[in-house]
Design a protein. Structure first.
Length: 214
């Protein structure tokens, strides 16, 4: 019997209590939106870490049972269905702000950064429906984009409502490696570039000076 990654294996604690009739959404077809991931000896970490402070190593093996995993990230439209059905408020909404990457701020926005990580800006009013605090909904032009400004608690609440759970670290790495072993990228060892290798949607920063307001 396979272990379904969309079926909670243990109780989870959500930041908000949903009514019993809100725990599972009848509109979510877990089997149709997920794929079977075979179990086995999953690799976690790497033997060739690139950024020491990120804790990428050491490389180790963890036994993982078969499970199912969503084909794609949860979209803005999908998260909106959850919010509409439950009235859930994310933690960014509760706090009244969230971090926005500096280059995503299309206008001059007074914001604060973290010393050493100034490219992440604390922006009042930023949350999943209005990611840049511009006063317009992401559902207008980006309903199929991955939902952002979501905390672990928010994601856990969504999964419970959809009849699932978050994958473990070992499950996620096992699925993301795609059977290639200890490679730096999900597709293998070849680095993406700006000319002929486009295996993913990638953005590279090349600037000499960044001016930010604190």
């Amino acid at each position: 019997m396979t272990k379904n990654c969309c079926t909670p294996s243990r109780p989870t604690t959500a930041p908000q209590t949903l009514r019993p009739d809100q725990d599972v959404c009848a509109e979510v077809d877990v089997s149709a939106d997920s794929v079977e991931i075979p179990g086995g000896a999953a690799l976690v970490g790497t033997g060739t870490p690139q950024i020491a402070d990120d804790g990428e190593g050491p490389l180790r093996k963890v036994k993982v049972a078969p499970f199912r995993l969503g084909k794609t990230c949860v979209t803005n439209a999908g998260f909106a269905r959850f919010v509409d059905a439950t009235g859930y408020q994310t933690e960014a909404e509760t706090f009244g702000w969230s971090f926005v990457f500096w280059s995503d701020l299309s206008t001059i926005v007074r914001s604060k950064g973290i010393p050493g990580l100034e490219w992440w800006r604390k922006v009042d009013g930023a949350y999943w429906r209005d990611p840049r605090a511009e006063g317009r909904s992401c559902l207008e032009q980006a309903k199929d984009h991955p939902v952002v400004h979501i905390s672990w608690n928010d994601a856990t609440a969504y999964c419970k409502w959809a009849g699932g759970r978050l994958p473990t670290e070992a499950e996620w790495e096992h699925a993301a490696r795609g059977g290639f072993g200890d490679v730096p990228f999900p597709w293998g060892a070849e680095e993406p570039n700006d000319t002929d290798q486009f295996p993913c949607n990638i953005w590279q920063l090349q600037v000499s000076t960044i001016r930010l307001m604190n």
